[in-house]
Design a protein around this ligand. Structure first.
Ligand SMILES: [Zn+2]
Length: 284
């Protein structure tokens, strides 16, 4: 079972992203899909949930694509390609950002860095997000204006349209904090509230969640509680098994290599880790 994950596919690198990571080009993305479709079969999120519930191992090679952060390029660029190639996908949304209501603090940092070119801006943490807002005001940068003109995020109506097209949606926390820096109570609030909002706002009969940044350091106790409110959760540690029974690790695809090279490297790395007994994440 392969679970590749992306944020954005575009031949342009928008200002809010370009100082953080590289967009996957449209050609590279199409090549990834052709490689995957040649060797694996695309399955839906519902099939993945059912497989996990039944505890079955599957005899065919499958994949399910996922996209984090709910960016508008999923509607304009990615979905048309996926529809043409008949590939299933799930998009994970930050509930505070749907409809361009607010901007991820890392995107704020990328926009500010683009103007001010000061490295320190890119290391301002979630807990100091106000510093980014103060810097913006000082330098005449208006994040609300950026949100309303560039519309980096999907709107509710685009999401509804995509659901009608067969795409599936999950939560990615309220406002994308690093979970390691939160208390367990805050982690649970960010998770439970965002999962509830997504499933009720869009009338979904499944509940899924992907951790913002990394699930590193999230305890067994927190996973047990999250299991009460979500069918499946996802991390981004690459090809790895996980102690948490309803939690899947995914492969980051935004590296400057072909999909074939990325997946091959993940397999080799997995085999090495398996030899060393380090292929499974143990939750405490
Ligand atoms: Zn994210």
């Amino acid at each position: 079972m392969l679970l590749p994950f992306y944020h954005i596919v575009s031949d342009e690198n928008p200002v809010h992203i370009k100082n953080l990571y590289q967009s996957r080009s449209i050609q590279k993305f199409k090549d990834d899909l052709d490689f995957l479709l040649e060797h694996y079969q695309s399955i839906s999120l519902q099939e993945l949930i059912a497989l996990n519930k039944e505890g079955k191992t599957i005899d065919k090679n499958c994949f399910h694509l996922t996209f984090d952060d709910g960016l508008s390029e999923f509607h304009t660029i990615i979905a048309p390609i996926l529809k043409q190639k008949k590939v299933h996908a799930t998009v994970f949304l930050n509930t505070d950002f749907i409809d361009n209501k607010n901007l991820f603090y890392r995107f704020k940092a990328s926009i500010l860095y683009d103007r001010l070119k000061e490295e320190v801006i890119l290391s301002i943490p979630y807990s100091n997000v106000k510093e980014l807002d103060v810097l913006a005001v000082k330098n005449g940068i208006d994040f609300d204006d950026y949100l309303s003109t560039k519309k980096p995020y999907l709107s509710s109506s685009q999401i509804k349209e995509l659901i009608n097209d067969g795409f599936t949606f999950g939560a990615h926390s309220l406002d994308h904090p690093l979970y390691k820096g939160l208390t367990e109570e805050q982690q649970l609030t960010q998770t439970k509230e965002s999962v509830e909002i997504i499933s009720s706002q869009f009338n979904l009969d499944y509940k899924v969640f992907s951790f913002p940044f990394t699930d590193n350091g999230v305890t067994k106790k927190v996973f047990n509680e999250i299991d009460q409110c979500a069918d499946l959760t996802f991390g981004s540690a690459g090809l790895k098994e996980d102690d948490a029974p309803n939690h899947f690790q995914r492969i980051p695809m935004e590296i400057d290599k072909s999909g074939k090279e990325i997946i091959k490297a993940e397999y080799l790395y997995y085999l090495m880790k398996e030899k060393a007994g380090k292929h499974k994440i143990v939750r405490r």
